[in-house]
Design a binder for this molecule. Structure first.
Ligand code: PEP
Ligand code: MN
Length: 345
């Protein structure tokens, strides 16, 4: 690893950096006659980059060498494939997660779940615990919503992806879900992420609305460092200056992530667009940019939805999106996961 020290470091500061490197089990080696550069040798671990970045006296890591965080792809390394029920994300496999923003009632949820399954989704989304911007907005049905999701899972065979907001709810949510969703507002909740690192179910991690790509990967690192290797990253749009869309869908970062990390990356066109009429275009763009799947808000009656109705698409629109995704998969030799029950129907 190559590091740059603060400009014109005093001999004491330089000496203290050298001593700290040695304490970390590393060998700092001078670079020619440059007092501001050091080559750090040794058996580099995933935590070394962050530990060195924190040292007073080190201004920048110029080359991280083999100090590769767990989320990063080794040169030529294969994709991690994450299984959620019958869905496969990564390694050339795509899957679709679809459903309402929030779980609302039994009949509505089942109607949507059956519709999206028939169309080609393998996972059902729907929040029982909703992270709303206003504390006065509908916060979800809570435990009752989890029961409705369990019922929908039983009736349709779809895997359930639902949000967990609080580390104290992990056990309760984990008893029902097939994958934990961590929302944009929780991406920086280290306590929640650490706890999910000790779970055996996959984590769908959404990018914080103002998080850099590196911050996003470091959030995933919290889960991976705890021993849970099944993380699916989700780009859902970042804050921009314009208001015509709810967020700016950052497809450049999707393409970048596909190179930098071995983890699967999916796209949420619904929260990016904030407008159901734009969701098809963003879905196509997400898959074309290399996403390993999509998470979409689908509602049987978007005009009656209790949250995010404006960005929901109907089941019929979802069907169109599924056929678009199939066509795009065929173009680059990738495979869309289909529920067994649908395939044999
Ligand atoms: C959601 O997917 O239910 C949600 C609240 O999205 P985000 O966390 O991306 O805002
Ligand atoms: Mn929503």
């Amino acid at each position: 690893m190559l590091v740059r020290l603060q400009s014109s470091p005093s001999p004491e500061l330089r000496e203290s950096v050298l001593a700290s490197c040695r304490e970390l089990g590393l060998e700092p080696v001078p670079v020619g006659d440059r007092p501001d550069l050091l080559e750090i040798r040794g058996p580099l671990r995933p935590d070394h980059r962050s530990l060195l970045e924190d040292l007073t006296g080190i201004a920048a890591i110029l080359d991280r060498g083999d100090a590769r965080e767990l989320a990063l792809r080794a040169p030529g390394g294969a994709d991690t494939v994450v299984a959620v029920g019958q869905a496969r994300f990564g390694g050339g496999a795509l899957a679709l997660i679809a459903g309402p923003c929030a779980v609302e009632d039994q009949d509505r949820l089942l109607e949507i779940a059956r519709g999206v399954r028939r169309a080609g989704a393998t996972c059902l989304r729907g929040g029982a615990f909703k992270p709303r911007t206003s504390p006065y907005s509908f916060q979800g049905l809570g435990p009752e919503g989890l029961e409705l999701l369990a019922r929908a899972r039983l009736e349709t065979g779809l895997a359930v992806v639902t949000e967990v907001l609080d580390p104290r709810e992990i056990e309760r949510v984990g008893a029902v879900c097939d994958a934990f969703q961590v929302g944009s507002r929780s991406m920086s909740n280290g306590t929640l992420l650490r706890e999910l690192g000790h779970q055996s179910k996959p984590v769908l991690l959404k990018r914080g609305m103002a998080a850099t790509a590196r911050e996003f990967l470091l959030a995933a690192e919290y889960v991976l460092a705890g021993g849970n290797g099944d993380v699916v990253l989700c780009e859902r749009g970042v804050r921009g200056f314009d208001t015509v869309t709810r967020n700016v869908l950052d497809l450049g970062t999707v393409a970048w992530l596909k190179r930098e990390t071995h983890l699967p990356v999916i796209v949420d066109p619904s929260h990016a667009a904030g407008d159901g009429r734009l969701v098809r275009a963003l879905s196509r763009a997400g898959v074309a940019a290399g996403a390993d799947g999509l998470i979409l808000e689908v509602h049987s009656r978007p005009e009656e939805a209790r949250s995010d109705g404006a960005q929901a698409v109907s089941v019929a629109e979802f069907e169109t999106i599924v056929s678009d995704v199939r066509a795009l998969c065929a173009l680059d030799g990738r495979q869309l996961s289909i529920a067994e029950t649908v395939r044999s129907a």
